[in-house]
Every structure is written in structure tokens, then in C-alpha cells.
Design a protein around this ligand. Structure first.
Ligand code: ZN
Length: 753
């Protein structure tokens, strides 16, 4: 029998103006209706993620500064955690393990409230605050709900009577923190664990090893951190850092107290260049290597043919297992170029002796062997969806990142899945790709799953990759988007409405402000549109939020407050800033605009552009908006493997002096300049006169991301039609890490002047 009686909400008669003093705290009573309404509104506090069941009662309470907190001795860690939170709020709780009847706040366990171990109840009723967990973890979530109610206020804290019955929909609610690309300090990681707990997220997926840095001390292999934790910073210095085993223990204990499980990720067989820089004998070639300084996918991976590699990895994992009590160990398994294995006699010998088909099955062998090792230590293996290729290791859990297909395949084969697709869960992506509403629309269960299959979906994760997000940028990438992830994973799809959620988020900002979270925006603040009016190019700045004030500068001139579309005569560098309700945001939108003869004309294209890189369609190539160095800025049109031919009909014969087409190179993303660009002109659209060929002048090996103009000067020639053809490199060259894969062309504009 549950030891908590359920009472019906009871009526309080405000007009009787009675004062009822309860032990240590007072019933909050208002003296007239208007004040009552105001106070009622004031007490409409939000809990995020949304609770499954919340009923308000008519009672009103004001929390005294000093009061007693009770839990049995075995719940001491929970009691201390709540006490610490209350002290942070300026309160002075007194802890006791006896005489619950004298306490104002009571913590207890009752496994009968639910089968879900994370279920909890929170009652503010009859002069008591009662927190009940199905387990200690559920109790932790009750603590966080109470904490949220208080964090939204200043002293004196007021509470409405309420009964909450709550439990999560998904068991796996995580954040991946990539502390390898950029090192994040121990205290920063702990701060994130506390922020996760505040939002009832229960997994920290700690990405600890990468090409660019090894971040975990391994006593048997000291060079992993002496060498592998540091990379060339490009200015003659070193960049990096690592966590000692003592620090890791501290982080794990801190997380455990808050109900957050820390799942370490030790990447293999790829993303291993930092480890191989320290111990090159475990590569196929023997090295030497440097800790990588660029971002991307690299061909140096662990040798699968040499048994010493597996001994090395098992020794490392043995130390990892001793530090992390997590039943799950993430081993990566993603983005493994097979080039070295194809050319390594030891790896080829392994393929032969093990009777494997190819390098994909060799990868499967590699993962299986590590999986067997983990299974022998009673741990489960998690890997990215590439571990499906060549056969899935027995008992493995798949983390699906390339869309939902990995999850679909895994659950079909009866394997559990964690779902974190690039489309919804990659918080390193900009708001162009993934804004708050997009995250909120995420459903981790792949479409068309049977109920048995759906039950294998453990939940989801937000992935905070840090190539472009050093520690000080992480807050604005993660928040507020993680709030959407927290809610959809906790509350489940049925309960939710985006507009209600968004209202809750506005209230929740007060909490984030108090905790000094430097949250970013909910959506792209300004959309730059161009339109022709009487032959002139006008720029429109569309605000995402009606509370927003938008400012712009043209070519570094004075800052102007935007009210109406403005005209661009030739070329302009726009810099756009904005404020909302007095809060200035760091983000600026930069946009280059070029007015020219083809503006507003829809060109004919000979090729199919990729849906993810459409530039808004064919007219994106004549809208006057030039691309930045970011290929995902919305101005670039991407074509994979084909030549690009673009035809513009100016409508009448016009005098032309200059042609330009803009292309991007970013070879880490397989984007290369065209080998050459050809231009033709025509008056009738049938007979075309060759105008010139512009050859690529840049080195395809050039690592940076940059735009190049393929320009051609004409001598006041008259044409109605202009045709341009860009010749792709076809495939990534021999020296490239993706040698043989199709190369991309990215074009922003065909400029005709
Ligand atoms: Zn090898």
C-alpha cells in the first residue's frame, strides 16, 4: 500500500482572511481579489520538461528561510543535494534523519508509485513538501522540479499547492560533449552535468578521444596524454589538455549524485590519430604522425591485422572501465576510411585467415573483438551506425547519426538504438539547419516501426561536436535547443505543443539567466531576402521575432535601424545586428550583396542540385546574395559529382562587360573548385559564341574554406543569353582522405554586369 494518502484539492476561503500558521511555514493569503490574481499569475511557474501530470491546489505558501529537511539515512546523498541547492537559493535548511513529522520537506522512496525507476511525485500540500521517488534517481527528478519552481523567483519564495506525478517517456536522454576537438575544463563539464540534471537529462556522452586530442590519462600508456593531448596551435605553441584519473573520478561521482550516467567514448578503429601520434606502432604504416590540427576524417587508423593493437586497446579499456561504472561503453566506430587496411599486408592477412569478405567485414571483426572484450567485463558496447556495416556485433547498441536508417536497421535486427540524427540533434550546426522548432519536431522512433521495434529505441541525444565551438561558445549552441530535446524525450510526443513549449521557454530564461547560461537564439534572427522593384535590387530583412529590433550597416558605414527595404546599387557588405527586449546578442549576420543584370531571373540548370544545399532553388544563383566561407549558409548550391551548366535569358539584348561565377573550396568536406569555367553568349538562344575559359588557379590541397571568383572581362559585347559551364574534378584525388569518392561543386551566383 502506498504510504502517501491522496487528498482531493480543498477550498481555501480567501475572503475569510484567516491566517493558518503551520509548523515552520505560513499559508500565503491575499487580502483582495486583484492582488490575488496578480499573485496567482506570479505563481504560474513552469517546469521544463513538461510534467506528465500536474494539478494545482488552492493553497498558497511562502517558504520560511529556515526549515527542516527529512530523509532516512540511506537517502543522505539526495538530502544533501537538495540542501545544497536550497542553500544556493539563500535558504537555511536543517537536515535530519529522524522525526519526519517535524520536517517541512520530506524525501522518501516508494517503489510502488510506478514501474518506471525514474518516476517521482512532488506534493505541495497540507503544509508539507513531499518528494517521492520510485528510486533514488526518480527522487532526484523531484528535487530538480522543486528547484526549478524556486529558481524562477527571488526570496521570499512562494509556492502554489500542487500534486505532480511524473515519469519520462524515454530512458536515454543525453548530451554528447566533444571535449577532444576543443578541451573543456573539468569544472565546465561538471557545470554541464548539473545543467543536464536540472532538465532531467540523464546521460553525459563524454567524447574523450579524437584525431585532434586524447583527453583521458591512461597510466600504462603515459604518452597518450604527454603527446596525444597536445596539438600545434598554429602560432608556434601547443593547444590541449586532459583529465587525470582523479579528475575523472570526481566528475563521475558528481554526476552520479545528480542521477546522470557518464558514458565514455573511446574512438576506434578510426579517429585515432592522436593516439597513433603517441604510439605509431599500432598503425598500419608505423608512422610517424602528428596530432591532427585540421577538422575532418583522416586515413590513419588502428591496424586491424596486428594483435598488439588489440592488447593495447584492451589495456586502455581496462583502465577506462575502472573509472566509469557505466554499464555502457561507447567505442565510436564511425568514419573509418579503409585505405590503410587495403594496403596493409597484416590487415590483408587477417582478412584471409578470418575468412572475411572485405575491409567492411574487417571493421566488423574489429568491433566484434572489442565487443567480446567488453562483454567479458559485463559492459555493453555502443557504436555509431557504421558498426552495422559488415554485420553487427552481438549485443551492441547502435547510435544512429546518419538519419534514422541506422536506428531502423538496428531495431529490425533486435538491437537497441539511440537516435541522434544530423537533421535534428547536431547542435554544432547553425540555426539555418536546426532551430528550436526543428529540434522540437524530433521523434526518435523511426517511422513505420512496430511496437516491438519502437520499444528498442532507448531515446536520443543532442550532439555537441566542438570543431567550431570552444568552451565559451558551447552555451549558445546548446541552449535553448537542449530544452526542446529534454522535453520531447521526457514528455513524449503526445503531450506536446510547440507554442506552449515556447511560452515555457520564455519563463525558463529567468532560470538560465540566474545560472549564467549564455544561451543563444531560438531561430535565425534575420532572413535576408532580395527582390527587384522597377529594375532595382532591394534588400528585405525579415525578423524572426516581433520583439526584435534589427540594425544594419552597409560597407562599414553608420549603424541604421531597419524599418523598410533598402536599395543596393552595386556591391555591398551588410552587417546585421539585433536586440530583443534589451538583450543584445553576440551573433551578427554578415551578407554580401551584388546587384547585376541577371537579378530576379530564374536560370535554367542542366544538373540536379542537392536538396540540402539548394540556395533556395535556381533563382538562388541570381538573387544577388553571395556565399560566405560556410557552405551551409544557405547561399550555396551544391552539386555532387556532376558538371554545372547554368543558362540565363536576360529577356532582351544587353551590353555586358563582366561575368563572374563564385565557387567554394573546402576539401575536408569534399568540396573542390571546378577545374575550369567556360562562358558563352548568344543573341538568339541557338547559336552560342565562346567568350572565354577561366581555369582554376588554386591548389586543391589548400586546406582552408574559401570562395574564388571565376571572372571574365568582356568588351561591351551585346547578348541576350549567357551560358556558363563549370567542370567538376569528378572524384576526390588520390592524396585525399576520401580518394575516389565523388567530389562536390558549390556555386553561389552567376554575376552578369
Ligand atoms: Zn594494418
Amino acid at each position: 500500500m502506498p504510504n502517501i494518502p491522496i487528498f482531493k484539492a480543498h477550498q481555501v476561503f480567501y475572503d475569510m482572511r484567516i491566517f493558518i500558521l503551520l509548523i515552520g511555514w505560513s499559508l500565503f493569503i491575499s487580502s483582495c481579489n486583484s492582488v490575488q490574481n496578480e499573485q496567482q499569475e506570479e505563481l504560474d511557474l513552469a517546469i521544463l520538461p513538461l510534467t506528465q501530470n500536474l494539478e494545482y491546489l488552492e493553497e498558497r505558501y511562502e517558504l520560511p528561510q529556515r526549515f527542516k529537511l527529512y530523509a532516512k539515512k540511506e537517502l543522505q546523498p539526495s538530502l544533501e543535494l537538495l540542501s545544497d541547492y536550497l542553500k544556493d537559493l539563500g535558504l537555511e535548511p536543517e537536515l535530519q534523519n529522524e522525526r519526519p513529522e517535524t520536517a517541512l520537506v520530506i524525501l522518501e522512496l516508494n517503489p510502488e508509485i510506478s514501474d518506471n525507476p525514474e518516476a517521482y511525485e512532488l506534493w505541495i500540500k497540507d503544509g508539507k513538501i513531499r518528494l517521492v521517488g520510485a528510486t533514488a534517481q526518480g527522487l532526484g527528478w523531484a528535487i530538480q522540479s522543486l528547484r526549478q519552481l524556486l529558481l524562477q523567483q527571488e526570496m521570499p519564495y512562494r509556492l502554489r499547492g500542487m500534486e505532480i506525478k511524473d515519469a519520462p517517456k524515454f530512458a536515454w536522454r543525453g548530451l554528447l560533449l566533444d571535449c577532444s576537438r576543443h578541451f573543456m575544463e573539468k569544472d565546465f563539464v561538471k557545470r554541464y552535468i548539473d545543467l543536464l540534471a536540472l532538465h532531467k537529462m540523464n546521460r553525459l556522452h563524454w567524447h574523450l578521444t579524437e584525431d585532434q586530442g586524447w583527453r583521458i590519462e591512461i597510466k600504462q600508456y603515459p604518452k597518450l596524454t604527454e603527446v596525444g593531448a597536445w596539438r600545434d596551435d598554429g602560432n608556434g605553441g601547443k593547444y590541449g589538455g586532459f583529465y587525470t584519473q582523479e579528475e575523472i573520478k570526481e566528475v563521475v561521482a558528481y554526476a552520479e549524485k545528480r542521477g546522470v550516467l557518464v558514458v565514455p567514448e573511446i574512438e576506434l578503429p578510426g579517429h585515432a590519430q592522436a593516439a597513433l601520434a603517441a604510439y605509431p606502432q599500432h598503425s598500419c604504416t608505423g608512422g610517424p604522425f602528428e596530432v591532427e590540427t585540421e577538422w575532418g576524417v583522416f586515413k590513419e587508423i588502428y591496424c586491424a591485422g596486428d594483435d598488439s593493437t588489440f592488447i593495447f586497446l584492451e589495456n586502455i579499456l581496462t583502465e577506462v572501465l575502472a573509472l566509469f561504472p557505466s554499464p555502457y561503453i561507447h567505442i565510436g566506430g564511425d568514419e573509418v576510411p579503409k585505405y590503410r587496411w587495403e594496403n596493409c599486408p597484416k590487415c590483408q592477412n587477417r582478412i584471409k585467415t578470418e575468412g572475411l569478405q572485405d575491409e567492411h567485414e574487417l571493421q566488423s571483426y574489429f568491433i566484434q573483438r572489442i565487443g567480446d572484450f567488453l562483454a567479458s567485463k559485463n559492459r555493453k558496447l555502443i557504436g555509431w551506425d557504421e558498426i552495422l556495416e559488415g554485420g553487427l556485433a552481438e549485443g551492441a547498441i547502435v547510435q544512429s547519426w546518419r538519419g534514422f536508417d541506422g536506428a531502423k536497421a538496428a531495431i529490425k535486427e533486435g538491437h537497441p538504438a539511440i537516435v541522434s540524427p544530423t537533421s535534428h540533434a547536431y547542435f554544432d550546426y547553425g540555426l539555418n539547419d536546426i532551430d528550436l522548432e526543428k529540434v522540437y519536431s524530433f521523434n526518435p522512433i523511426p517511422e513505420g516501426s512496430s511496437s516491438e521495434e519502437a520499444a528498442l529505441v532507448l531515446g536520443g541525444e543532442c550532439n555537441m561536436w566542438s570543431e567550431r565551438a570552444p568552451q565559451d561558445k558551447v552555451d549558445s549552441k546548446v541552449f535553448p535547443r537542449i530544452l526542446a530535446m529534454a522535453e520531447l524525450l521526457w514528455s513524449g510526443p503526445k503531450k506536446r505543443s510547440f507554442s506552449d513549449f515556447k511560452t515555457g521557454v520564455q519563463t525558463h530564461y529567468a532560470i538560465l539567466d540566474k545560472l549564467e547560461v549564455n544561451y543563444g537564439l531560438e531561430t535565425v534572427p534575420v532572413t535576408v531576402k532580395t527582390a527587384l522593384k522597377e529594375g532595382q535590387l532591394f534588400v528585405h530583412l525579415l525578423s524572426a521575432d516581433s520583439n526584435q529590433t534589427t540594425f544594419y550597416r552597409v560597407n562599414n558605414s553608420g549603424k541604421v535601424r531597419y524599418s523598410n527595404p533598402f536599395k543596393i546599387d552595386s556591391s555591398a557588405n551588410l552587417s546585421i545586428e539585433f536586440e530583443r527586449k534589451g538583450k543584445k546578442y553576440e551573433e551578427k549576420v554578415e551578407q554580401k550583396i551584388q546587384a547585376h543584370l541577371a537579378n530576379g531571373i530564374r536560370p535554367k540548370l542542366s544538373y540536379e542540385y542537392h536538396q540540402n544545399y539548394s540556395a533556395g532553388g535556381p533563382e538562388g544563383l541570381t538573387d544577388g546574395k553571395l556565399g560566405s566561407s560556410n557552405f551551409k549558409d544557405g547561399n550555396w548550391q551544391g552539386c555532387w559529382g556532376d558538371d554545372m551548366e547554368v543558362l540565363v535569358d536576360l529577356g532582351e539584348s544587353k551590353t555586358i562587360n563582366y561575368l563572374e561565377s563564385g565557387f567554394l573550396q573546402y576539401n575536408n568536406a569534399w568540396i573542390f573548385f571546378p577545374q575550369k569555367v567556360e562562358y558563352w553568349g548568344s543573341e538568339d538562344g541557338k547559336n552560342y559564341e565562346p567568350l572565354g575559359v577561366v581555369k582554376n588557379q588554386s591548389n586543391p590541397k589548400e586546406k582552408k574554406q574559401f570562395r574564388q571568383a571565376f571572372q571574365l572581362e568582356l568588351k561591351s559585347q551585346k547578348f541576350r543569353y549567357i551560358k556558363m559551364k563549370a567542370y567538376t574534378l569528378g572524384i576526390c584525388p588520390e592524396w585525399h582522405d576520401a580518394a575516389g569518392s565523388k567530389a562536390w561543386l558549390f556555386m553561389d551566383e552567376l554575376i552578369i554586369i
